[in-house]
Design a protein around this ligand. Structure first.
Ligand SMILES: [Zn+2]
Ligand SMILES: [Zn+2]
Length: 394
């Protein structure tokens, strides 16, 4: 049976996959600069006898064709970039590129997909259909490697009927995975706001236009965009984490600078919210004698896991891992550029458990102490191979 064969192969390649992950982990590269990583992936694809072509500068795409005839195509995606974080872990595979760290597990996704590719290559004679491997750059940086790859045609020639991605999840124990059908992750927009007034002596407010008080009103009023205009059934978040009014106890500054984030799960509402926030902030500033420049930098769209595909994939995962190892995920208001694939094709983005509390492996992604329980590779490569083969109709 194909399941047993995949399990045997995934055990056989486990040590190599871990070695690949450790190599990538100790040589992290920032978004859009994945040069050595790209060469590493290219070499591994060549070793498997796979042709590849480059996209978005450092991205790579390769095809594995099953020997049996079929027009079905599915795509498997991994991201390759690291973050500007200095690693605090004292491990043999610690980052050798100071100030850069694979703190979001993209080393895990890349090495895992290489392992999946190896399994699928060895089983080519046994399945029908084509698997497109996508190694993309720059998940962590706007405009996102996914959006560039899609513009350059990664979802054409051949066009996949489904796209799969996996992402590490330190909240789930290694050996388990998580799924959520439907809307899963948020769109994220960055807000940059300058509230302008006229500064002066703190003792003479009547002669000044106080941008601090204007800002206080704006910050409070903007929350009503979420609490009064958003559909309560659909989540929205508005947070301002930076507010700079650089006056003094007795100095009213000329302007106040704000930075924030707006997240939601509905594209139509996203557009409306942008207009409402801008109008409200500008209106308040103007009514109080000042002005406001409200700039929105659009981030990724929301991520949606296609219902039927996700239900079917979840079923394959239960079949491969056992029901007890497949969990339900909650909505997660972070963003992920896999969302671009999910907006363009039926997609399923699931979570790979990487936690091991007994070894102290519990840190969140994007922290200097993030690490994974490498036992997760015992399931990650084989599971993806299994669901790919199943989804192709085998
Ligand atoms: Zn990340
Ligand atoms: Zn990530």
């Amino acid at each position: 049976m194909i399941k047993q064969q995949i399990q045997e192969l995934s055990n056989k390649i486990f040590d190599d996959v871990v070695a690949n992950r450790r190599h990538l982990h100790s040589h992290p590269e920032l978004s859009f600069h994945e040069l050595q990583t790209s060469v590493f992936v290219a070499n591994k694809l060549e070793e498997l006898g796979l042709e590849y072509h480059k996209m978005a500068d450092t991205g790579l795409v390769a095809l594995i064709k099953g020997d049996k005839p079929s027009n079905n195509v599915i795509a498997l995606r991994a991201d390759m970039d690291a973050l500007p974080i200095t690693e605090a872990n004292d491990v043999p595979y610690k980052s050798q590129n100071v100030g850069v760290m694979h703190a979001c597990g993209h080393d895990v996704h890349t090495s895992s997909l290489l392992g999946t590719a190896r399994i699928l290559t060895e089983l080519k004679s046994q399945f029908a259909g084509t698997i497109k491997l996508i190694f993309q750059p720059a998940e962590e940086k706007l405009p996102g490697g996914a959006s560039i790859m899609i513009k350059e045609g990664v979802l054409e020639n051949p066009k996949p009927q489904a796209v799969f991605g996996q992402h590490v999840m330190p909240l789930i124990d290694a050996g388990k995975v998580g799924f959520r059908a439907g809307k899963y992750m948020a769109s994220t927009d960055e807000l940059y706001v300058t509230v302008k007034g006229r500064g002066g002596h703190g003792a003479q407010p009547q002669q000044n236009i106080d941008p601090v008080i204007i800002t206080a009103h704006i910050l409070t009023a903007l929350q009503q965009v979420v609490s009064r205009f958003a559909d309560p059934k659909s989540p929205s978040v508005l947070s301002f984490g930076k507010v700079i009014a650089n006056g003094a106890t007795n100095v009213i500054p000329n302007e106040v600078y704000l930075e924030g984030t707006f997240r939601t799960l509905d594209e139509k509402w996203r557009e409306e919210a942008h207009k409402r926030m801008k109008k409200m902030a500008e209106g308040i500033a103007e009514s109080m004698g000042g002005s406001c420049e409200f700039t929105i930098m659009r981030g990724y769209p929301f991520l949606i896991n296609e219902e039927k595909l996700t239900a079917a994939t979840r079923g394959y995962a239960e079949d491969y891992l056992g029901k007890e190892n497949v969990l339900d995920l909650d909505i997660w208001m972070a963003a992920e550029d896999f969302a671009y694939y999910s907006q363009a094709a039926a997609s399923c983005f699931y979570r790979l458990g990487t936690r091991n509390e007994s070894r102290g492996i519990t840190s969140s992604v994007h922290t200097p102490t993030f690490d994974i329980e490498e036992d997760a590779f015992k399931i990650s490569t084989g599971l993806m191979a299994y669901l790919a083969i199943k989804q192709l109709g085998n």
